[in-house]
Design a protein around this ligand. Structure first.
Ligand code: 5RP
Length: 215
């Protein structure tokens, strides 16, 4: 449990407006946001969830979980990150929920990212970059990533995503052009989603701490 994560999660409540359908990410920081959202459940229409884990927590609190196909575009998405650079580009997917997170981020007008200060980096890449892959393409994607980036792919063995796919974590990258790398990796057949949120970065980053920063 982290005080900084709790502060960031609770601060994000200020972006929730009456009648909203709120996009909800995944992870320990988001869990604080969900808990803080619970008392407002009668003032919002519901939530669109990025994972089975968040769905379970939302439902425990009696917050209706809606289907993105039925809701259309969302006004707000709140999610954590594994790393955040000064341009609000993110590495996500430490919790293996990157594909659904990316879909909801894309569908949302405003993406509020909640982190603690340890997630802030000048250049992305210290945290291994997650890539969700179709299982039969695991080695093909790993070879292509190594060849194209020099990064070392490691299979997150034993982990299956909510979509039934596998995850490769790419170690040793120094991501100076996150938009270009995201576009390049997305071209490899078998890649479902890349955990770089650069073409669609966060709009607002809340850094929990004393004082809380809203960037
Ligand atoms: C899940 C994610 C999470 O947002 C990321 O891993 C941060 O998690 P936490 O808030 O537990 O530090 O991308 O896929």
């Amino acid at each position: 449990m982290s005080e900084a994560k709790r502060l960031a999660g609770e601060k994000a409540i200020e972006f929730v407006e009456d009648g909203m359908i709120v996009g909800v990410g995944t992870g320990s920081t988001v869990a604080y946001f969900i808990d803080a959202l619970a008392p407002l459940r009668h003032r919002i229409e519901g939530a669109v969830s990025s994972s089975e884990q968040s769905t379970a927590r939302l439902k425990q609190h009696g917050i209706p979980v809606l289907d993105l196909n039925a809701t259309g575009p969302l006004a707000l998405y709140v999610d954590g990150a594994d790393e955040c650079d000064p341009g609000k580009h993110l590495i996500k997917g430490g919790g293996a929920a990157l594909t659904r997170e990316k879909i909801i981020a894309e569908a949302s007008e405003r993406f509020v990212c909640i982190v603690d200060a340890a997630k802030q980096v000048p250049v992305l890449g210290r945290f291994p970059l997650p890539i969700e892959v179709i299982p039969m393409a695991r080695s093909l994607v790993a070879r292509a990533v190594l060849e194209q980036t020099g990064g070392q792919p490691v299979w997150r063995e034993g982990v299956s995503t909510d979509n039934g796919n596998w995850v490769l974590d790419i170690h040793g990258l120094e991501i100076t052009d996150p938009v270009a790398l995201e576009a390049r990796l997305n071209q490899i057949p078998g890649v479902v989603a890349v955990g770089l949120f650069a073409r669609r970065p966060a709009d607002v980053v809340i850094v929990g701490g004393d004082p809380i920063q809203v960037l």
